[in-house]
Design a protein around this ligand. Structure first.
Ligand code: ADP
Ligand code: AMP
Length: 216
């Protein structure tokens, strides 16, 4: 199964992806996670991406397309969920081209819908595990022990781009450049539109039910 998860920053893509990949045994291909790993490794790509990420702008399309196509090529046969990619129509076209060349196709798009008003508190309250990538929230999804990953990895961190100013820029970037990706896919694939302005477990239930219906 090959899925794309779309939605604004803070919609819950990473959170729901972890549950989808566990259930269906898929790979989680998050462009944001891959970029953060490149930065942590001090790679050329990581260095190039840094200033865009820190300001809440998008990293240039050519860098992202190459990076994500390479990740897709390495993904296991069972399939993957794309999280945070594609974020522009140019990236969507790049993905289409690469998949067509490989004789493959996306099975479905999941769109997590959340109003802007819900986003700021989600992102400023987000805490992540730098080791396993598990995402928590200081109110909505607390770790068992304050500030510590439940899986025993160690201390949780707050992302530098989860400050109010950068969140504001990321939302503006989403509306200016990423929202159009939903329209691009509307005529091509089934889109499962999910109300993601609900409790995390209810969103998961709706996603699983929607995917099961699509598979029938
Ligand atoms: P994205 O990957 O779309 O940027 P995340 O999955 O990292 O979003 O979620 C952003 C923050 O919001 C996290 O702290 C997460 O725990 C929290 N969150 C995710 N889904 C919900 C939800 N349905 N209701 C409340 N908080 C949520
Ligand atoms: P995320 O973890 O998805 O919130 O992404 C964090 C940051 O990484 C974004 O604000 C962008 O700067 C960059 N980024 C992630 N995915 C992409 C993408 N598909 N295209 C361009 N920039 C991206």
């Amino acid at each position: 199964m090959k899925l794309i998860l779309l939605g604004p920053p803070g919609a819950g893509k990473g959170t729901q992806c972890k549950r989808i990949i566990d259930k269906y045994n898929l790979a989680h291909l998050s462009s944001g996670d891959i970029l953060r790993a490149e930065r942590a490794a001090g790679s050329e790509l990581g260095k190039k991406a840094q200033r865009y990420m820190d300001s809440g702008a998008l990293v240039p399309d050519d860098l992202i397309i190459d990076m994500m196509i390479a990740a897709i090529k390495k993904a296991p046969k069972a399939g993957y969920v794309l999280d945070g990619f594609p974020r522009t129509v140019v990236q969507a076209e790049g993905l289409d081209k690469a998949l067509t060349a490989a004789g493959e196709e996306i099975d479905a798009i999941v769109e997590l819908q959340v109003p802007d008003s819900a986003i700021l508190s989600r992102m400023t309250g987000r805490r992540s595990c730098p080791v396993c990538g598990q995402v928590y929230h200081i109110v909505n999804l607390k770790p068992k022990k304050d500030g510590q990953c439940d899986k025993g990895c160690g201390a949780l961190v707050q992302r530098k781009d989860d400050t109010p100013d950068v969140v504001d820029n990321r939302l503006k970037t989403y509306h200016a450049q990423t929202a159009a990706v939903v329209g691009y896919y509307k005529t091509k694939f089934p889109i499962l539109a999910i109300n993601a302005d609900q409790e995390i477990d209810k969103v998961t239930t709706d996603v699983f039910e929607g995917l099961a219906k699509l598979a029938r």
